[in-house]
Write a new protein. Structure first.
Length: 259
């Protein structure tokens, strides 16, 4: 079932990618009102990430930064739709933050430190989305609404682990554990495993509003979701996890100028 869903998503990505190339091909055919506008700028925002583990690992949303450069080519206006291709290069901090609780929902107190256990791993990527950008509304001196969709690739850059204990409070580590006080989720292998797969890929879909201001440029606010298809760790039958992929909510603010 998991692999059928993955095939469906990959097929969707291929359709979106082919649609992007159809926009480029339409330039030579001059369908609709022809455009030839390049826009470049900067973007920044916040990324909320969770890693989808199988078996499951209890988590809170991991917050991190995202910033980078944006390039857009507007090719035509087809009826009321402004058609563009957009590419970005972003530095993004993903990762996961564990929600360490007892069976009753209390925080787990580590026997050695006396502190509530906390674990977070920050993973920095260079992300490159290739997006079809479709907009409706004012093309100049006004506001338009837009949709972005397309494939995205990412390259592992670095990571940082933050935790306040040496050994997690589990029955394996503490045979004389107090019942009901240890972790309800005993999956802990991910805390010490090295990131095995340094290449990430998936699909990004977003929507937002853009305001074109005369003599200033274009300001846009976007909400975007990234569904990762690649895994952080090995996913064969002999590996610990069958799935370990990113799922990210972005809130991004961008500034572009037309050239």
């Amino acid at each position: 079932m998991r692999y059928n869903i993955r095939r469906l998503i990959i097929a969707t990505a291929i359709i979106i990618f082919n649609f992007q190339f159809s926009i480029v091909n339409s330039i030579s055919a001059q369908v609709g009102e022809y455009r030839h506008v390049w826009s470049f700028g900067l973007s920044g925002g916040y990324a909320l990430n969770k890693v989808s583990f199988q078996p499951d690992v209890s988590q809170k949303m991991h917050g991190g930064y995202t910033y980078g450069i944006v390039g857009r080519y507007t090719s035509e206006k087809y009826f009321s739709t402004i058609c563009s291709l957009q590419m970005e290069v972003n530095i993004t901090q993903l990762g996961w933050k564990e929600d360490i609780q007892t069976i009753s929902g209390d925080r787990v107190i580590n026997p050695d430190t006396g502190l509530a256990e906390e674990y977070k791993r920050d993973i920095t990527y260079v992300q490159i989305p290739f997006l079809a950008h479709l907009a409706w509304g004012k093309e100049r001196r006004g506001i338009n609404a837009f949709l972005n969709a397309g494939p995205q690739i990412g390259f592992y850059a670095k990571e940082k682990i933050s935790k306040n204990y040496e050994k997690p409070y589990t029955p394996t580590n503490y045979p004389d554990y107090v019942s009901g006080k240890q972790r309800v989720n005993t999956e802990v292998e991910q805390e010490t495993m090295a990131i095995e797969k340094k290449f990430d890929y998936g699909i990004a879909v977003g929507a937002g509003m853009e305001w074109d201001i005369r003599y200033v440029g274009r300001l846009s606010l976007e909400g975007r979701y990234y569904y990762g298809l690649g895994n952080l760790f090995g996913d064969s039958k002999k590996d610990e996890f069958g799935k370990s992929s990113n799922g990210t909510i972005f809130v991004k603010l961008s500034y572009l100028r037309d050239f």
